[in-house]
Design a protein around this ligand. Structure first.
Ligand code: CO8
Length: 259
């Protein structure tokens, strides 16, 4: 089945896939179908050996302006419970390969939360990040109170969540929410440049390193260090470790295979 609300290019660049959110008239509002399509595409790319890194973008005007308010407006608490849309988010969160968010324009509500599910974020100068749910009588539900607070600290997170204030790409970078800001005509190019850099590394080491960095968000330092050490040891069972170290000794570029 072809997705309707996303565009997937598996080999947008060697070893780099591109998923573009594609509901431009609705500013890429995240309805249930779009989120299901995104989940399925990420699952497929995660299982595909030729893909090492995934770039997730919207368009120049919007990464995503949030969950689809029109779809949610008439729902009851029991409807929301039964729809269980967060199981989709939980599956997306389990993607092992790195996802680079390429954000331009609005990244609001669920859109900001989706950007924060990415492992790195490249933003255009026009990007605006915000959790405006408070203005429509609710609050963030897909990690906005947790990931935002961990990224930017309590003071700014509380202000954004309680007032719905947007922050610019520059403010987001200063606060530690995103990796870099570039002119709007370059944001995709820069995201792909970063993706290409990561795609040159051992894909096994990249996945295990991502897993270990994310572990730091929900465990103690001692347990996190223990987890890191296990993954570190495990990589010594890979051909990529032999190749990487041999290549260093032989003063040549390594050829990693993900084994
Ligand atoms: N849901 C549905 N439709 C939307 C959304 C949205 N979140 N955002 C924009 N649209 C639609 C508009 O209704 C409009 O459609 P139409 O032309 O048919 O009226 C079209 O997109 C263009 O929007 P605007 O005319 O409003 O464009 P502006 O440039 O004037 O304004 C804004 C842009 C400021 C982004 C404005 O559209 C806006 O405030 N949007 C809503 C932002 C928001 O509140 N987001 C949070 C939503 S709640 C949420 O995300 C909860 C997350 C919970 C978990 C996630 C589960 C998936």
């Amino acid at each position: 089945m072809h997705p309707e609300f996303i565009i997937v290019k598996k080999d947008a660049q060697p070893h780099v896939a591109h998923i573009q959110l594609n509901r431009p008239k609705e500013l890429n509002a995240l309805n249930l179908q779009l989120m299901g399509e995104l989940r399925d595409a990420l699952k497929e790319l995660d299982a595909d050996d030729s893909t090492r890194v995934i770039v997730l973008s919207g368009n120049d005007k919007a990464f995503a302006a949030g969950a689809d308010i029109k779809q949610m407006a008439g729902k009851t608490a029991i409807d929301m419970y039964n729809i269980d849309q967060f199981s989709t988010w939980d599956t997306i969160k389990k993607t092992k390969k790195p996802i680079i968010g390429a954000v331009s324009g609005f990244a609001l509500g669920g859109g900001c939360e989706l950007a924060m599910l990415c492992d790195m974020i490249v933003a255009s100068e026009t990007a605006k990040f915000g959790q405006p749910e408070i203005k429509i009588g609710v609050m963030p539900g897909a990690g906005g109170t947790q990931r935002l607070t961990r990224a930017v600290g309590k003071a700014l997170a509380m202000e954004m969540v309680l007032t719905g204030k947007f922050i610019s790409a520059r403010e987001a970078q200063q606060a530690g929410l995103i990796n870099r800001v570039v002119p709007v005509e370059l944001f995709l190019e820069e995201a792909f440049r970063l993706a290409a850099e990561v795609a040159q590394m051992s894909p096994l080491a990249v996945k295990m390193a991502k897993e270990a960095v994310l572990k730091s968000f929900d465990t103690t330092l001692e347990e996190g260090l223990h987890f890191e050490r296990k993954n570190f040891y495990l990589l010594f069972a890979s051909e990529d470790q032999t190749e990487g170290m041999q290549a260093f000794v032989e003063k040549r570029a390594p050829v990693f295979k993900g084994r």
